[in-house]
Structure formats: C-alpha cells, structure tokens
Design a protein around this ligand. Sequence first.
Ligand code: PXP
Length: 247
Amino acid sequence: MILLGVNIDHGATLRQARYRDAAGAPGGAVEPDPVLLAERAERAGADGITVHLREDRRHIQDRDVWRLRETMSTKLNLEMACTQAMIVLALKLRPQAVCVVPENRTEVTTEGGLDVAGGAEKIRACVAAMKAAGIEASLFIDPDERQIELSARVGAPVVELHTGAYANAYGTQRRGAEFQRLRLGAVQAHQLGLKVNAGHGINYVNIAEVRTIPHLNELNIGHSILCRALFTGIEEAVREMKARMNS
Ligand code: PXP
C-alpha cells in the first residue's frame, strides 16, 4: 500500500492571506486553522501530514508546527532547508521525519530538486544529525541518476523524487520521457537501498500513472487535495485520493 502524506501548506497560505499581521482576529476567529485541517485529514486516512516551514514564514508558522507536534496522531514530516537554524529547530521539535528541500525566496513553491553534489557536506551533516535524533531524513531530488547516487552516499535513508517535471509534461509529448525518468530513478534508488517517496504536482488525474512508479513508499500531495477540499471538504478529498492511489 502506498502511504499518503497530506501537505497542508496551502491551508496556511489562505489564513496568511487575511491574517498575516494579526496576533488574533476580532472574536478570535483566525481561519482556516491548519491544525484542524491536519486532524480532519488524519481522520479521513492520511498516513502523515507534511508542512514546509519556509525561511520567510510565508505560510506555515512556528506555532503551527509545535501545535501539530502536540496534537497529531500520525507522522509529522517537516520540509526544511538545509540551514543551521532549521536543523536546530528540527532537533528541538523532533518530528518523525524531515524532508530536506532547496529553498529560493522568490519561488512560489519548491521548484527544483536539491543539488546534493553542490551541498554534499552540509547535507551529510544534516542527515547524520537527524539520524542521531531518531528522525528519518529524506532528500527531495530530481529523478536524476547522479543525485540519487549521491543521496545514498551522504547517508540518506529516503529520497523523495520530484514529480513536478512529469506533472508539467502531462498532456504533452514529453510525458512518456518524464515518466520513464521517474521509473528508472525509483528502481535505482531502491537498488541502492533507499526508500522511495515522491511528490509535487500530483493530482486526481495523473495519480493513475504516478502510482505505477515502482517501489513507491509514500506520496506527498498538497495543492490538488486542498483545491478539491474547497468543494468537498478535506475528509472527502483525502479519502478520494487514497482510493485512487491504492485501488
Ligand atoms: N513534496 C515537496 C518536497 C514539496 O515541496 C511539495 C510542495 O511544493 C509537495 C511535495 C507537494 O506538492 P503539491 O502541493 O504540488 O502537491
């Protein structure tokens, strides 16, 4: 069975659109509450909740991750940049998992995979610190042979393959080639002893093909589930995705 991590960042994006500077709204109604979204997603069968605490705190805030840590019953997966400040925070917070992602202040969302070669020593130290604290670290990388090999070399137990290029190619002639990159990347990672997760741009349509990527352990999906939740509610949106992932 493929596990589902629900990324609730965009729930916080919606809250910040109105309450960015408010310590509390009139009557105390700061909405939507990402923690409540997480609780409902878990109730509907999410296997974990993923949040990205960005350096600029544009959506998820520190208090959100601490409240999630206290209240969640499944796995909290903290996406983080490989910086000293985030490593210190993760070691205090002790989520069950972290996913190391590249971070660029001007991007709307995480756009490319991590350059493991470019930051090998920092990434190795981060992975080792997490391992020592009992936190499972994954590296968010493009399905690229060299990045996968280096991920294993720096000691990461898990990779999350970036499905964004595939999702963008969906409906174009490049789709087959992008899907093949994901398939080959998953096989290579598995052969190197890495757990294979995937995420970014997965939706209710492309999931039919994404789920056939070999050796998949977990998918992290945010935008599409939250969009559907606007119409159906988060619980129905999560149930529907889980059904499509594993039917
Ligand atoms: N995985 C990672 C590492 C991400 O940074 C994100 C969000 O950009 C996702 C998964 C979820 O992507 P989406 O919101 O497109 O489903």
